[in-house]
Design a protein around this ligand. Sequence first.
Ligand SMILES: N[C@@H](CCC[C@H](N)C(=O)O)C(=O)O
Length: 306
Amino acid sequence: MTTAQTPQTSPSTASLAFLKGHGTENDFVIVPDPDGVVDLPAATVARICDRRAGIGGDGLLRVVRTAAHPEARSVADEAEWFMDYRNADGSIAEMCGNGVRVFARYLEHAGLVTAGDVPVATRSGVKQVHIAKDASGSGSAAGDITVAMGRALLPEDGVTVTVGGRSWPARNVNMGNPHAVAFVEDLDHAGNLFSAPPFAPASVYPDGVNVEFVADRGPRHVAMRVHERGAAETRSCGTGACAVAVAAARRDGVDPAATGEPVTYIVEVLGGTLVITEHPDGEIEMTGPAVIVAEGLIDPVLLDPS
Ligand SMILES: N[C@@H](CCC[C@H](N)C(=O)O)C(=O)O
């Protein structure tokens, strides 16, 4: 039995409240745990994220007050909430760009914040998130959510991505988490190849890597497919879209730090469109939709299958 789940039905059951949300179809199970008392071992997260026997998700967002989490206590004066992000296999990731936007949508949905600026603590630092007011002004449509993702690190090491015996040169981009970005002619071809897991050198990526294949769609407009570390091919990846935008800009000879002008790329993902702007100081902003689609209770059988 996992420890200290939040009782929701009766004292004899220990169900756990959850919500489900997505950002451009990168989907997450959200577990509110303000006091940081819910124990979620990797195997439990993997069962919850299982698409057949569980709820299903590319990852899990545990919502904990910074003051109640040992990894976030030191930034409690900067942000009230900490995103404890887990991949679908239960592994911990430093950052999730779509996840933090969905996290902010949850905070708004739960009445814990109002639209506007919301700082969220992550393992990759405190991110400033902006929740736009409802797009229609009528309360019927959720406005987009923007997150200031911080700067990309672009180590010079050229890397190679290999899938099913075929290899591509790729750009190493770190967005708080590791990415390998490979430009291809034909994304469908890349999609076929994602039927096998991609590999990139463990010497460069000792903790694994997220792999993006990118094809051009027009000036400062690209499309990507992504295979996420700790998940599989997903329909979107926010950090991946940022890594792709920066890699595409450098390939196109564009560097806002040199020109003093921000540059914006449209990044199509399988689940929608993300808009990525890199500013002259290196700050990268990502904007896109984020929605809550369900809420309910996780049955104890998923939490303790024994
Ligand atoms: N989907 C996320 C990235 C989630 C973490 C990633 N799989 C990793 O292990 O680094 C995003 O939107 O950025």
